[in-house]
Ligand binder design. Sequence first.
Ligand SMILES: Cc1cc2nc3c(=O)[nH]c(=O)nc-3n(C[C@H](O)[C@H](O)[C@H](O)COP(=O)(O)O)c2cc1C
Length: 746
Amino acid sequence: MHRLCVISGITGTRRKAAWEARREVKRRNGCRLVSACSAVIYSRAPVMPCEVKTRFLLLYGSQRGQAQSIAEEIRDQAEEHGFIADLYCLSQKERYNLEKEIAPVVFVVSTTGDGEPPDTALKFVKEIKDKTLASDHFKHLRYALLALGDTNYTYFCECGRIIDRRLAELGAKPFYATGFADDSVGLEIVVDPWIKDLWDATRTASSEMSTSGQETAGCLESVPNGDLATREEPSADNSGASLNIHLLSLSDVNGPAHELSQRGPAEEESGTEHTILTRSLPPLSQSALNVPTLPHSFIDAQLLDGSAEENNGPCRKEGVYEVPVTSAVQLTREDAVKTALLVELDVSDLDIHYQPGDSLDVHCPNSEEEVADLLGRLGLAGCGNHAVQLRLQADTKKKGVQIPSHIPESCSLQYLLTWCLEIRSVPKKAFLRSLVDCTADPAERRRLQELCSKQGSAEYNRLVRDPGLCLLDLLYAFPSCSPPLSLLIEHLPKLQPRSYSAACSSLRHPGKLHIVFNVLEFPPCPGRPISRRGVCTGWLSDKVSPILRPHGAAESRSGNPDLSDPLKVPVSLRPSSAFRLPADPSVSLIMVGPGTGVAPFIGFLQHREKQRQQDRGTTFGETWLFFGCRHEDRDFLFREELETFLASGTLTHLKVCFSRDPHEGAEPPPKYVQHNLRLNSQAVCDILLRQKGFFYVCGDAKNMAKDVNDTLIDIIGEELQVDKLEVMKAVAVLREEKRYLQDIWS
Ligand SMILES: Cc1cc2nc3c(=O)[nH]c(=O)nc-3n(C[C@H](O)[C@H](O)[C@H](O)COP(=O)(O)O)c2cc1C
């Protein structure tokens, strides 16, 4: 059965035609008349395709680009489903007006920090949290919300939840169940089905909104030759996934699937380590595949003869400064599993005022070597100095596109790949889909199709996403793949700065700021034949190597040696809203910071020590630090300084554990910080529940922060002798009162 739609609010001949359409409706048995903007219009005019599209507003809040690209994906699919999506970032306040919005609104928002909104959504969230807003402020709104998050973080999808709750409190009504997508297992598990069913829900919402007197506003129409014309509404069975997914059967594919089926089972299963990524194996090789629609291209990239203007790294951006590196120390012994460095920056000339707990963003470039490899692999070796000219394709089918704002109007190819694009990002499935069309070899094409297909989701996660492969890895694995530069610009996200906690107090080190980090290593794996270092930590480590003081070497008074060109690093300050020392110094604190997670607590303790020296009459609360590392003599970071704090009373309790040191005696010592917390459960409970103290956690989100949280729940439960629900409530109160604070990363 077809649904028919008559547009209201039209005048003259159109109104007449509409009435005729209505008559026509009556004439056709089995056709139901629906007053909505989205569906089909029959006309007496010759059959001409007519775009009668329902408008909806699509808003995203994104920190690292995933929410943005999902919103773009929704916008791209919208058209095929008879919609027009007005897509804006939540920060583009001047482009939308929720107070007056009469079309359905779809939100896609991620969460960042410790349950915080992305920077671009901060203002929006603050505005809707305004307690003076009336409870019917948004009563005219109908919305759907897709929240992105990561269950490794305590506040899973917190930003989405806040927006959802506040919209409801302000009278807005959801027209579709909120989606909560978990990046730790793969966003697409929730995102794909959520988008698939979004269209029917939006159509219904739009229809309901229009019948309540808002027909015209939510609808955009374009009627050729001033006539009403017809357009078939997708019937139930071709709406949703089958419209945007091509079913690729084995008969579409030459080569590998057939070749594979000739091989014996043993051979089929025997993908060697490095070919596992590239070889099609049963059952996937024998499966029909649902692959995503080929994303529309929209950029033309040309390389101009002659050199481009020099760009000055990221320092042209507001708030980004180049600061000198004054010293660098290796905190770990040579034989430690990870290498931790402390880097001291001179921020004395800048308008940077930081508090312990704040972080510093380091704006790092991509590795010179990887950029050179990428240029070579793209067939552009020797073209690095050429200016890149970008234009939007005049005939692109992608709607509302712009040249990405993170790419300057004029820059060289080298600059583009070095400072603008996250060349290490894990290629998304849409990117893989586009790469298929740039791949000559049929076996490679098939394998790329598998990896981006619905059926190949688990393999994509295991072989591409989880090990963190990058474009270069794929280009090496699939040698016949040769994408144009424009495709990289369309698919690679903006190169993001990396955040590091301030590991000192400005009271102890005026004009200086310390950061501490492990030099990250991504070991070889199927698809990555060589090990890669972290983009920023690898760069910083190379950068400071001329002045690096080895572990245990005596401090030189001169700091930065006489280098003709002083080392400089582009940075910007990222103040923390909550991860701060309590305003009242008499409040006790518990700090949990294994490994480099100890960094902000060094800042806290330096600050406390100075306060204690300055305010002799003041009472200071207890300070507990739970630290852990692998080996006592290899990676016990800041050992001397912590022992000095302990001796002076600035640190009242230091609880340390070593996870890989052999132990003597029958009773094994505590291995991880959470074990030490448990051993000190009475003191922990006393400080948190009776003294109203603070509990800080800094470090790895995936394992440590989760285990610490579970342990805290256990020990509070045992102390209070209440059931789990009551404990969860008690912990939620701690969080609400901002006495349980996390600065964690995954
Ligand atoms: C530094 C950082 C902090 C994060 N904090 C949270 C968090 O507190 N809660 C959560 O659910 N997800 C958190 N996430 C996960 C992101 O929300 C998730 O990866 C999302 O897909 C990112 O989308 P975006 O690229 O649009 O920002 C965090 C991710 C990062 C990198």
